[in-house]
Design a protein around this ligand. Structure first.
Ligand code: SF4
Length: 362
């Protein structure tokens, strides 16, 4: 039995429980095992957290559940839709008055939802609004499940892919993230394939190793953004703990264990990391790996560099132009490293993570 509290208290959030834990919880209320299958199907299959709506469950059982458990924990505070309706951003409030963001993206053949895994972040990447107020706390499995379910309801569509790339560093909240993934992919509920889930990290090497061994079907995306330690340290302080070579090696080992192709995310920042020399250095670093480089033009808002933040004469870094991005991609491609330039969806609704939340939290 897990350490999770399955006692009969109103604090038990059913979205925090694995199927086995839910079965034990209901057994404590005198329910037969099939009730857990029914309930899990409501929670994940139908995305329904209101006991009143679960009409095939006897009224007496629902009344008991209402007194002892809950299946909520987020409320929709604000939503923004892009002009072309391809992207919606949802700001959810938590029980303890924090805010997180979820982005729902509609593509032709599939929909994808990008969820937050922490309230804030302690990694301090300079180009990211999510970490500006530091880390408040990790999200619970229930809160991550509700991000998916409530954003699907608001968007009026189901997500086929889940991307853990919103606010927070997922590997810094590993246990809760793992539980969320296990619950969401349980065949008693949603039965989503773990191959449809991608976890993005700034490069926490022990976490990458854990991911490979404990959730080998989940896809790995690594936010690299620079081809060497000196440059990367300027924008990603985590580089002091884990250097570029160590991160790339952990990613290489991840492929050896899982046989799943990893992605390296590389934000192109004008005049900073986008020269032909940087492209050649990156190609040499990744040569021979089964990976894809995702080149991302920096969000239109830009950011202030570490040195400039304390200066009144500050300059704002901008994204690279289209020609520079294509040249960078071609240099990688010529050297056998596949790369794509990501279309930036929804920049008109501040889709870069953390920007909407900042307005509420600060
Ligand atoms: S980019 Fe990711 S890891 Fe870095 S501060 Fe933002 S949320 Fe945290």
């Amino acid at each position: 039995m897990s350490a999770l509290n399955t006692a009969n208290t109103k604090n038990t959030n059913l979205y925090d429980l694995s199927f086995e834990e839910l079965t034990a919880f209901l057994a404590g209320q005198g329910e037969r095992p099939f009730r857990a299958r029914q309930l899990y199907s409501w929670l994940y299959g139908k995305g329904e957290g209101s006991f009143a709506a679960m009409t095939d469950i006897p009224a007496a059982s629902r009344a008991r559940l209402s007194e002892t458990a809950r299946a909520d924990g987020l409320f929709l505070a604000e939503s923004l839709a892009s002009a072309d309706d391809s992207t919606a951003k949802y700001l959810f409030g938590t029980d303890d008055s924090h805010y997180i963001e979820t982005v729902f993206m509609k593509y032709k053949d599939r929909n994808s939802v990008c969820i937050s895994t922490q309230v804030g972040c302690r990694m301090g990447c300079k180009f990211c609004a999510s970490g500006r107020l530091g880390l408040k706390r990790g999200l619970a499995p229930a809160e991550m499940a509700l991000e998916v379910i409530l954003s699907e309801k608001a968007a009026g569509a189901l997500a086929k892919n889940i991307v853990l790339m919103g606010i927070g560093e997922p590997l810094d909240n590993f246990d809760a993230v793992k539980k969320f993934i296990e619950n969401f992919t349980d065949d008693h509920g949603r039965d989503l394939s773990r191959r449809a889930i991608t976890l993005s990290t700034c490069g926490l090497v022990p976490g990458i190793r854990r991911l490979a061994s404990e959730l080998p079907q989940v896809n790995l995306a690594v936010s690299l953004h620079a081809p060497n330690d000196a440059l990367r340290r300027e924008i990603m302080p985590v580089t002091k703990r884990y250097g570029v070579a160590e991160i790339v090696e952990a990613t290489r080992q991840h492929y050896e264990t899982t046989h799943r192709r990893s992605t390296f995310e590389y934000t192109l920042i004008d005049g900073f990391n986008d020269s032909p020399a940087h492209a050649r250095e990156l190609a040499a670093l990744l040569r021979g790996m089964n990976c894809l480089v995702n080149l991302i033009p920096l969000n239109s808002g830009g950011y202030r560099g570490a040195r400039e933040q304390s200066s009144t004469n500050s300059s704002v870094h901008r994204g690279s132009g289209a020609e520079t991005a294509q040249r960078f991609r071609d240099i990688l491609g010529d050297r056998g490293v596949p790369a794509t330039i990501r279309k930036s969806l929804g920049s008109d609704i501040e889709a870069a993570c953390g920007q909407l939340r900042l307005r509420y939290e600060s």
